[in-house]
Design a protein around this ligand. Structure first.
Ligand code: AMP
Length: 125
């Protein structure tokens, strides 16, 4: 899949539309999901043009990859979700492609927490 420069997260990264920012560094932006599914629902995205987690894993630099994971940890700390900071945990999701119900074709992690998740949407194996 080629990268669509007009996807909504690309527009946020270019500053063409606003976001409710939580965290930013050279490689990563994090902001609140506009349609939260849980009490805390945050998105963490790389600034580079990657369509999905698979694309990111293959093409991103080590700095981009480590920054993204550090940003996830930072966002969880800011939102008091981290187990290591006394929080109650969270769910980290990367919807990928049509079967993963990915709507926005710019790689993003969802961080959800603040209440129990349950198993809805997860297939039991
Ligand atoms: P996904 O189905 O994994 O692609 O999820 C895309 C997410 O982006 C959804 O949870 C949307 O609510 C969220 N979203 C879409 N537009 C915006 C926006 N302008 N600001 C923040 N979140 C958005």
């Amino acid at each position: 899949m080629s990268y669509d420069e007009n996807n909504i997260f690309a527009k946020i990264l270019r500053g063409e539309i606003p976001c409710n920012k939580i965290y930013e560094d050279d490689f990563v932006l994090s902001f609140h999901d506009i349609n939260p599914q849980k009490k805390i629902h945050v998105l963490v995205i790389p600034k580079g043009s990657y369509t999905d987690v698979d694309d990111f894993s293959k093409r991103a630099s080590k700095d981009e990859i480590s920054s993204l994971m550090q940003a996830v940890a930072e966002v969880c700390k800011i939102n008091k979700l981290s187990l290591s900071e006394g929080g109650n945990g969270f769910r980290l999701i990367a919807n990928t492609g049509p079967d993963g119900s990915q709507e926005v074709p710019h790689f993003h992690y969802h961080v959800m927490g603040g209440e129990p998740m349950g198993l809805r949407g997860l297939r039991k194996v």
